[in-house]
Design a protein around this ligand. Structure first.
Ligand SMILES: [Zn+2]
Length: 315
Protein backbone atom coordinates (compact mmCIF):
# COMPACT_ATOMS: atom_id res chain seq x y z
CA UNK A 1 0.00 0.00 0.00
CA UNK A 2 1.10 3.55 -0.51
CA UNK A 3 -0.52 6.62 0.97
CA UNK A 4 -0.97 9.82 -0.99
CA UNK A 5 1.66 11.70 1.05
CA UNK A 6 4.36 9.13 0.44
CA UNK A 7 3.37 8.79 -3.21
CA UNK A 8 3.59 12.54 -3.72
CA UNK A 9 7.00 12.62 -2.05
CA UNK A 10 8.26 9.67 -4.12
CA UNK A 11 7.05 11.04 -7.44
CA UNK A 12 8.52 14.42 -6.52
CA UNK A 13 11.87 12.69 -6.06
CA UNK A 14 11.58 11.20 -9.55
CA UNK A 15 10.66 7.71 -8.36
CA UNK A 16 8.36 5.47 -10.34
CA UNK A 17 5.03 4.18 -9.15
CA UNK A 18 4.64 0.43 -8.72
CA UNK A 19 1.67 -1.55 -7.41
CA UNK A 20 1.34 -0.10 -3.93
CA UNK A 21 4.83 1.34 -3.67
CA UNK A 22 7.25 3.87 -5.17
CA UNK A 23 10.69 2.81 -6.35
CA UNK A 24 13.74 4.27 -7.98
CA UNK A 25 16.95 6.10 -7.28
CA UNK A 26 16.56 8.08 -4.06
CA UNK A 27 19.64 10.19 -3.31
CA UNK A 28 21.93 7.57 -4.82
CA UNK A 29 20.20 4.50 -3.40
CA UNK A 30 17.83 2.01 -5.03
CA UNK A 31 14.86 2.55 -2.76
CA UNK A 32 11.33 1.24 -2.27
CA UNK A 33 8.89 3.43 -0.36
CA UNK A 34 5.79 1.82 1.09
CA UNK A 35 3.52 2.02 4.07
CA UNK A 36 1.05 -0.04 6.04
CA UNK A 37 -1.03 0.37 9.15
CA UNK A 38 0.99 2.45 11.59
CA UNK A 39 4.24 2.62 9.65
CA UNK A 40 6.01 3.99 6.60
CA UNK A 41 9.17 2.39 5.34
CA UNK A 42 12.17 3.01 3.11
CA UNK A 43 13.87 -0.10 1.80
CA UNK A 44 17.34 0.34 0.36
CA UNK A 45 18.66 -2.39 -1.91
CA UNK A 46 22.39 -1.95 -1.43
CA UNK A 47 25.58 -3.74 -0.45
CA UNK A 48 26.38 -3.01 3.20
CA UNK A 49 29.89 -3.90 4.35
CA UNK A 50 30.48 -5.09 7.88
CA UNK A 51 32.13 -1.79 8.65
CA UNK A 52 29.26 0.31 7.28
CA UNK A 53 26.79 -1.82 9.22
CA UNK A 54 28.71 -1.20 12.47
CA UNK A 55 28.71 2.55 11.83
CA UNK A 56 24.93 2.57 11.39
CA UNK A 57 24.48 0.36 14.44
CA UNK A 58 26.59 2.76 16.51
CA UNK A 59 24.32 5.64 15.45
CA UNK A 60 21.15 3.57 15.64
CA UNK A 61 19.74 5.08 18.83
CA UNK A 62 20.33 8.65 17.66
CA UNK A 63 18.74 7.96 14.29
CA UNK A 64 15.77 6.22 15.86
CA UNK A 65 15.16 9.09 18.22
CA UNK A 66 15.71 11.89 15.72
CA UNK A 67 13.42 10.49 13.03
CA UNK A 68 11.08 8.46 15.27
CA UNK A 69 11.97 5.15 13.71
CA UNK A 70 10.64 1.89 15.08
CA UNK A 71 13.53 -0.01 13.49
CA UNK A 72 16.52 -0.02 11.16
CA UNK A 73 17.12 -3.55 9.97
CA UNK A 74 20.42 -4.18 8.21
CA UNK A 75 21.92 -7.10 6.37
CA UNK A 76 24.62 -7.25 3.74
CA UNK A 77 22.15 -6.70 0.89
CA UNK A 78 19.65 -4.21 2.26
CA UNK A 79 18.62 -1.69 4.87
CA UNK A 80 14.99 -1.41 5.95
CA UNK A 81 14.07 1.80 7.74
CA UNK A 82 10.67 1.84 9.44
CA UNK A 83 9.04 5.08 10.61
CA UNK A 84 6.37 5.18 13.28
CA UNK A 85 3.44 6.69 11.39
CA UNK A 86 1.92 9.62 13.24
CA UNK A 87 1.36 13.29 12.52
CA UNK A 88 4.35 14.72 10.66
CA UNK A 89 5.75 11.43 9.42
CA UNK A 90 6.31 12.79 5.92
CA UNK A 91 8.48 15.58 7.32
CA UNK A 92 10.62 12.97 9.05
CA UNK A 93 10.80 10.83 5.90
CA UNK A 94 11.94 13.88 3.94
CA UNK A 95 14.48 14.88 6.58
CA UNK A 96 15.82 11.34 6.76
CA UNK A 97 16.21 11.25 2.99
CA UNK A 98 18.09 14.57 2.88
CA UNK A 99 20.22 14.12 5.98
CA UNK A 100 20.69 10.44 6.82
CA UNK A 101 21.04 8.93 3.35
CA UNK A 102 24.14 11.07 2.57
CA UNK A 103 25.52 9.97 5.95
CA UNK A 104 24.99 6.32 4.99
CA UNK A 105 27.13 7.04 1.90
CA UNK A 106 29.83 8.63 4.07
CA UNK A 107 29.79 5.60 6.35
CA UNK A 108 30.53 3.35 3.39
CA UNK A 109 27.14 2.00 2.34
CA UNK A 110 27.55 1.33 -1.40
CA UNK A 111 24.45 2.74 -3.05
CA UNK A 112 23.08 2.36 -6.55
CA UNK A 113 26.37 1.91 -8.46
CA UNK A 114 27.25 -1.41 -6.85
CA UNK A 115 25.39 -4.67 -7.33
CA UNK A 116 24.33 -5.82 -3.86
CA UNK A 117 24.63 -9.46 -4.90
CA UNK A 118 28.20 -9.63 -6.26
CA UNK A 119 29.47 -6.27 -5.00
CA UNK A 120 30.84 -5.33 -8.44
CA UNK A 121 30.23 -2.13 -10.37
CA UNK A 122 26.84 -2.06 -12.04
CA UNK A 123 26.99 -2.33 -15.86
CA UNK A 124 24.72 -2.35 -18.90
CA UNK A 125 23.33 -5.80 -18.01
CA UNK A 126 21.57 -4.27 -14.99
CA UNK A 127 17.94 -5.27 -14.46
CA UNK A 128 15.34 -3.97 -12.03
CA UNK A 129 13.18 -6.61 -10.36
CA UNK A 130 10.61 -6.85 -7.63
CA UNK A 131 11.83 -9.45 -5.12
CA UNK A 132 10.18 -10.22 -1.79
CA UNK A 133 8.05 -7.15 -2.39
CA UNK A 134 10.93 -4.70 -2.86
CA UNK A 135 12.65 -3.18 -5.89
CA UNK A 136 16.22 -4.36 -6.45
CA UNK A 137 18.73 -3.53 -9.17
CA UNK A 138 21.20 -6.25 -10.03
CA UNK A 139 23.34 -7.56 -12.89
CA UNK A 140 21.15 -9.67 -15.16
CA UNK A 141 23.28 -12.72 -14.29
CA UNK A 142 23.04 -12.05 -10.56
CA UNK A 143 19.24 -11.75 -10.72
CA UNK A 144 19.15 -15.05 -12.59
CA UNK A 145 21.31 -16.67 -9.93
CA UNK A 146 19.11 -15.47 -7.06
CA UNK A 147 15.98 -16.64 -8.83
CA UNK A 148 17.48 -20.08 -9.43
CA UNK A 149 18.49 -20.33 -5.78
CA UNK A 150 14.97 -19.41 -4.69
CA UNK A 151 13.50 -22.06 -6.98
CA UNK A 152 15.94 -24.68 -5.73
CA UNK A 153 15.07 -24.00 -2.10
CA UNK A 154 11.37 -24.13 -2.91
CA UNK A 155 11.77 -27.45 -4.72
CA UNK A 156 13.66 -28.86 -1.75
CA UNK A 157 10.85 -27.73 0.52
CA UNK A 158 8.11 -29.33 -1.56
CA UNK A 159 10.04 -32.57 -1.79
CA UNK A 160 10.68 -32.67 1.93
CA UNK A 161 8.91 -35.47 3.77
CA UNK A 162 5.67 -34.16 5.15
CA UNK A 163 6.00 -35.92 8.55
CA UNK A 164 2.23 -35.63 8.74
CA UNK A 165 1.85 -38.61 11.10
CA UNK A 166 4.07 -37.16 13.78
CA UNK A 167 2.65 -33.68 13.16
CA UNK A 168 -0.90 -34.89 13.73
CA UNK A 169 0.15 -36.55 16.98
CA UNK A 170 1.57 -33.17 18.03
CA UNK A 171 -1.70 -31.48 17.02
CA UNK A 172 -3.73 -33.82 19.19
CA UNK A 173 -1.40 -33.48 22.21
CA UNK A 174 -1.17 -29.69 22.01
CA UNK A 175 -4.88 -29.46 21.25
CA UNK A 176 -5.69 -31.37 24.43
CA UNK A 177 -3.39 -29.08 26.43
CA UNK A 178 -5.13 -26.12 24.77
CA UNK A 179 -8.54 -27.33 26.01
CA UNK A 180 -7.47 -27.22 29.68
CA UNK A 181 -7.72 -23.42 30.16
CA UNK A 182 -11.11 -23.51 28.45
CA UNK A 183 -12.31 -26.32 30.72
CA UNK A 184 -11.02 -24.67 33.90
CA UNK A 185 -12.45 -21.24 33.10
CA UNK A 186 -15.74 -22.85 32.17
CA UNK A 187 -15.81 -24.92 35.36
CA UNK A 188 -15.31 -21.72 37.35
CA UNK A 189 -18.52 -20.46 35.83
CA UNK A 190 -17.20 -18.22 33.07
CA UNK A 191 -17.24 -18.57 29.35
CA UNK A 192 -14.44 -16.90 27.45
CA UNK A 193 -14.87 -17.44 23.74
CA UNK A 194 -11.36 -16.49 22.72
CA UNK A 195 -10.00 -19.45 24.69
CA UNK A 196 -11.41 -21.35 21.72
CA UNK A 197 -8.86 -19.53 19.59
CA UNK A 198 -6.16 -20.84 21.91
CA UNK A 199 -7.32 -24.38 21.14
CA UNK A 200 -7.04 -23.69 17.41
CA UNK A 201 -3.65 -22.07 17.85
CA UNK A 202 -2.36 -25.04 19.84
CA UNK A 203 -3.61 -27.55 17.26
CA UNK A 204 -1.57 -25.90 14.49
CA UNK A 205 1.40 -25.20 16.77
CA UNK A 206 1.57 -28.84 17.89
CA UNK A 207 1.69 -29.95 14.29
CA UNK A 208 4.56 -27.62 13.58
CA UNK A 209 6.49 -28.39 16.78
CA UNK A 210 6.34 -32.11 16.01
CA UNK A 211 7.88 -31.44 12.61
CA UNK A 212 4.81 -31.73 10.42
CA UNK A 213 5.19 -29.84 7.16
CA UNK A 214 2.34 -27.50 6.46
CA UNK A 215 0.32 -28.13 3.37
CA UNK A 216 -3.12 -26.94 2.52
CA UNK A 217 -4.23 -30.57 2.50
CA UNK A 218 -3.78 -30.71 6.29
CA UNK A 219 -6.52 -28.13 6.91
CA UNK A 220 -9.40 -30.67 7.04
CA UNK A 221 -7.40 -32.72 9.57
CA UNK A 222 -6.88 -29.61 11.70
CA UNK A 223 -10.61 -28.94 11.46
CA UNK A 224 -11.49 -32.42 12.76
CA UNK A 225 -8.94 -32.31 15.59
CA UNK A 226 -10.04 -28.80 16.56
CA UNK A 227 -13.72 -29.75 16.71
CA UNK A 228 -12.90 -32.83 18.81
CA UNK A 229 -10.78 -30.70 21.16
CA UNK A 230 -13.54 -28.13 21.61
CA UNK A 231 -16.00 -30.94 22.41
CA UNK A 232 -13.48 -32.39 24.84
CA UNK A 233 -12.95 -28.96 26.44
CA UNK A 234 -16.68 -28.49 26.91
CA UNK A 235 -17.29 -31.83 28.59
CA UNK A 236 -14.05 -31.63 30.54
CA UNK A 237 -15.30 -28.30 31.93
CA UNK A 238 -18.59 -29.90 32.94
CA UNK A 239 -16.70 -32.81 34.48
CA UNK A 240 -14.53 -30.42 36.53
CA UNK A 241 -17.63 -28.63 37.75
CA UNK A 242 -19.46 -31.83 38.66
CA UNK A 243 -16.33 -33.15 40.33
CA UNK A 244 -16.18 -30.00 42.44
CA UNK A 245 -19.80 -30.39 43.53
CA UNK A 246 -19.29 -34.06 44.34
CA UNK A 247 -16.19 -33.35 46.44
CA UNK A 248 -18.09 -30.62 48.30
CA UNK A 249 -21.06 -32.86 48.91
CA UNK A 250 -23.42 -30.67 46.87
CA UNK A 251 -24.07 -33.62 44.63
CA UNK A 252 -24.25 -37.09 46.07
CA UNK A 253 -22.01 -39.61 44.34
CA UNK A 254 -18.49 -40.60 43.37
CA UNK A 255 -16.12 -38.99 40.90
CA UNK A 256 -16.53 -42.07 38.74
CA UNK A 257 -20.21 -41.19 38.33
CA UNK A 258 -19.35 -38.08 36.32
CA UNK A 259 -19.75 -39.56 32.81
CA UNK A 260 -23.13 -40.96 33.85
CA UNK A 261 -24.20 -37.62 35.35
CA UNK A 262 -23.28 -35.81 32.14
CA UNK A 263 -25.23 -38.36 30.15
CA UNK A 264 -28.27 -37.86 32.38
CA UNK A 265 -28.02 -34.08 32.12
CA UNK A 266 -27.81 -34.37 28.36
CA UNK A 267 -30.80 -36.72 28.17
CA UNK A 268 -33.07 -35.03 30.69
CA UNK A 269 -32.22 -31.33 30.88
CA UNK A 270 -33.04 -29.44 27.67
CA UNK A 271 -31.36 -26.24 28.96
CA UNK A 272 -28.11 -28.10 29.42
CA UNK A 273 -28.27 -29.40 25.87
CA UNK A 274 -28.88 -25.90 24.53
CA UNK A 275 -25.97 -24.52 26.55
CA UNK A 276 -23.62 -27.21 25.33
CA UNK A 277 -24.58 -26.75 21.70
CA UNK A 278 -24.25 -22.95 21.87
CA UNK A 279 -20.87 -23.22 23.60
CA UNK A 280 -19.63 -25.73 21.06
CA UNK A 281 -20.67 -23.55 18.13
CA UNK A 282 -19.00 -20.47 19.61
CA UNK A 283 -15.95 -22.52 20.58
CA UNK A 284 -15.58 -23.96 17.12
CA UNK A 285 -15.94 -20.54 15.49
CA UNK A 286 -13.21 -19.08 17.69
CA UNK A 287 -11.01 -22.15 17.37
CA UNK A 288 -11.41 -21.82 13.62
CA UNK A 289 -10.17 -18.24 13.86
CA UNK A 290 -7.18 -19.47 15.86
CA UNK A 291 -6.35 -22.09 13.25
CA UNK A 292 -6.81 -19.61 10.44
CA UNK A 293 -4.66 -16.96 12.11
CA UNK A 294 -1.70 -19.25 12.59
CA UNK A 295 -2.17 -21.04 9.34
CA UNK A 296 -2.31 -17.91 7.23
CA UNK A 297 1.00 -16.70 8.65
CA UNK A 298 2.61 -20.08 8.02
CA UNK A 299 1.26 -20.45 4.50
CA UNK A 300 2.67 -17.08 3.50
CA UNK A 301 6.02 -18.17 4.94
CA UNK A 302 6.19 -21.32 2.84
CA UNK A 303 4.50 -19.91 -0.26
CA UNK A 304 6.48 -19.55 -3.44
CA UNK A 305 8.51 -16.36 -3.55
CA UNK A 306 10.10 -17.06 -6.91
CA UNK A 307 6.73 -16.86 -8.64
CA UNK A 308 6.25 -13.39 -7.22
CA UNK A 309 9.45 -12.00 -8.73
CA UNK A 310 8.50 -9.61 -11.51
CA UNK A 311 10.27 -7.19 -13.82
CA UNK A 312 10.12 -3.50 -13.04
CA UNK A 313 10.84 -0.58 -15.32
CA UNK A 314 14.53 0.27 -15.49
CA UNK A 315 15.72 2.85 -13.01
ZN1 LIG B 1 26.05 -8.54 -9.60
Amino acid sequence: MISSGLKKFGLGKGLKLGKGFCYGNLNGFIATLSDGSGYKSIYLSTYVSQEAASRITAEMDNLKKKYRLSAIEINSKCILITFVDTIGTMKRVEAFTEEALPLFKEWGVSGADICPHCQNQMDSTAVTKLMYGYAVKLHGGCAEEILNDMKETETEMTEMKSNAGLGILGSVLFGIIGTIPWAIVYALGYFVAWLGALIGFMVVKGYEVFGGKLKKSVIPIFAVITILCVVLGQFLGDAFQLGYYILNGKIYGELSDIPLLIKELWNNVPDYRTDVVVNLIIGIIFAGLGVFGVFRALISRVSSQSKKVTDLEDI
